[in-house]
Design a protein around this ligand. Structure first.
Ligand SMILES: NC(=O)c1ccc[n+]([C@@H]2O[C@H](COP(=O)([O-])OP(=O)(O)OC[C@H]3O[C@@H](n4cnc5c(N)ncnc54)[C@H](O)[C@@H]3O)[C@@H](O)[C@H]2O)c1
Length: 415
């Protein structure tokens, strides 16, 4: 199929690469010309396993000219939906992308489906996207189709999860719109659920709410276990045998970060409050998550005075496998350390560059140099941290790196 993808970020770029590999003709649009240049040279602007290899093999047309979308059968909107200051979701990029697509629709003769892949709060596609598209003079449901096709990929294994999704959710304006997308996904081995647009939007936010709540809940139980001298990881193993609970997402530690869980929760809370419902559980999930990262600094203070001390951070990405530092727990930890007068040194295998734009005052160095600091905090569970020499060190571990237990002083955040 002829497919266009608007937004060459984690979601758009992975979708472009995977759909191109499956034999579709892909046009990738972005406003970031540098990013497009890299993609056109077969270079991945982001770190994701397998992605660079696929980009080197496939042919993707890259452009910042929306008129090149005119032959598309499906146009995916994959632009960012960051938080506004009040936690609500910013629709700035979605609105602009829809406006530019609307200009394409004005001159487009054939039917095509516009599919929103960006995460949005329920009602956005129908109340914001469709009216802008219809400003083209064309009618949704007649001249063009609309779907909401939430993305569930996981950064760090994005290609794998794009190709092997747990489910495909198609929120459709009408059967013809939904059928077009279902046809595109016909070779994927995953259950396909066709539903209304609003329901699809909510399924994505509800998924992230559940995942976030599960993490905060196991962290809270972990905090209690630490106080009672019980191993939370053994407790979690016992819990995981119950299929209603499941064994995934039970690693207690310093909580969740990334571009999705925190912002999507904030957006659902803001939307919920707008319609008169105060979502107390979701609010507490976020509050506990914010506090959890700073527990590491509290534990550190028990062993060392921060002012003038050199403190090492191992891991800056919000999780292993990615260079994404958006809402990484390392951010709030570094902020407090620097504010309290510590000298901070840090190491991450791939995320140093992104983190350095936020914290130029940190010294970025090798893991060996980080381990020479007065104390070390383990913030991301990169596998290579299982092979370092922690003997003689003070280590506060936020991610259960077993090898670090050999340290002279070792404290786990919940164990
Ligand atoms: N990152 C994830 O793991 C993930 C997973 C599921 C869903 N999502 C959702 O998908 C959406 C995209 O996330 P992301 O992480 O890929 O974002 P991102 O910030 O990595 O990428 C967004 C891209 O859109 C481009 N862009 C912005 N405005 C544009 C415009 N008018 N025209 C063309 N391009 C434009 C930006 O330059 C950028 O390259 C968000 O709504 C996010 O919540 C993300």
């Amino acid at each position: 199929m002829k497919i266009s993808i608007v937004g060459a970020g984690y979601v758009g770029l992975v979708a472009a690469a995977c759909l191109a590999r499956l034999g579709n003709k892909i046009t990738l649009v972005d406003i970031d010309k540098e990013r497009l240049k890299q993609v056109s040279q077969g270079v991945s602007p982001i770190h994701e396993p397998e992605l660079a290899e696929i980009l080197g093999q496939v042919d993707i047309e890259t452009t910042s000219d929306y008129q090149r979308l005119v032959d598309s059968e499906v146009i995916f909107i994959c632009v960012g939906t960051p938080s506004n200051d009040n936690g609500s979701m910013s629709l700035e990029h979605i609105v602009e992308a829809s406006r530019r697509i609307s200009e394409v629709l004005k001159v487009k003769r054939d039917y095509c489906v516009i599919a929103v892949k960006s995460t949005v709060v329920p009602g956005t596609t129908e109340n914001a996207v469709i009216p802008i598209l219809e400003a083209s003079g064309k009618k949704a449901g007649d001249d063009f189709g609309v779907c909401m096709d939430p993305e569930f990929l996981r950064e760090g294994k994005a290609v794998y999860y794009y190709m092997n999704p747990a489910r495909i959710i198609i929120g459709e304006l009408d059967p013809r719109s939904g059928h077009t997308l279902a046809n595109l996904y016909k070779d994927f081995k995953a259950p396909v659920m066709r539903t209304s647009i609003k329901t699809a939007e909510m399924i994505k936010l509800a998924s992230n709410s559940f995942l976030a709540a599960k993490i905060s809940l196991i962290n809270e139980i972990g905090n209690i276990c630490k106080a009672l001298d019980i191993d939370i990881y053994e407790v979690a193993k016992g819990l995981g045998y119950d299929e209603r609970i499941g064994s995934k997402f039970l690693n207690s530690g310093i909580g969740f970060g990334g571009s999705c869980l925190p912002k999507d929760l904030k957006a659902l809370i803001a939307r919920s409050r707008q319609v008169g419902y105060k979502p107390k559980i979701l609010e507490h999930v976020l509050k506990l998550n914010d506090k959890q990262a700073l527990r590491m600094v509290e534990l550190l203070r028990r062993h060392i005075s921060l002012k003038g001390a050199t403190i090492g951070i191992l891991g800056l990405a919000f999780k292993p496998g990615t260079d994404d530092v958006r809402e990484s727990r390392a951010i709030s930890i570094a902020e407090v350390l620097l504010k309290e007068g510590a000298i901070v040194k840090a190491y991450d295998p791939v995320a140093t560059q992104s983190f350095a734009t936020l914290f130029p005052e940190i010294e970025y160095t090798t893991p060996e140099e980080v381990l020479k600091c007065d104390a070390v905090l383990i913030v991301t569970e990169w596998e290579e941290f299982e092979h370092l020499d922690y003997r003689g060190k003070i280590v506060i571990d936020g991610r259960r790196i077993l090898k670090a237990k050999e340290a002279r002083i070792y404290e786990g955040v919940c164990w």
